[in-house]
Design a protein. Structure first.
Length: 94
């Protein structure tokens, strides 16, 4: 996690399935599902083929190391899990 912006934006470097690295801004973290799994919504700095900057949702684990907050991202495991997380995120964004 890299916090290099004076407006307290958190910029995260991600790697796609083709091993290309790109940056994204952490928008929010939230919980969803029956187990209250933690998720992170990030805004990609790379546009899609339509010129849009996609919001992506990942599982996340938030911890503290040496006084610094750390976030570890992981892929969502199923369509059902994604749907649950997406529903909560859209509610938060309304």
């Amino acid at each position: 996690m890299n916090n290099n912006n004076s407006s307290d934006e958190i910029i995260i470097s991600l790697t796609d399935s083709h091993d290309n690295t790109y940056d994204a801004t952490l928008l929010t973290t939230f919980q969803a599902g029956v187990n209250n799994q933690n998720y992170a919504a990030v805004l990609s700095h790379v546009s899609d083929p339509d010129g849009q900057f996609p919001i992506q949702i990942f599982r996340c684990n938030i911890s503290e190391q040496n006084g610094d907050e750390m976030i570890e991202l992981d892929n969502i495991r199923s369509d059902l899990e994604f749907d649950e997380a997406y529903e909560v995120l859209t509610t938060l964004m309304e």
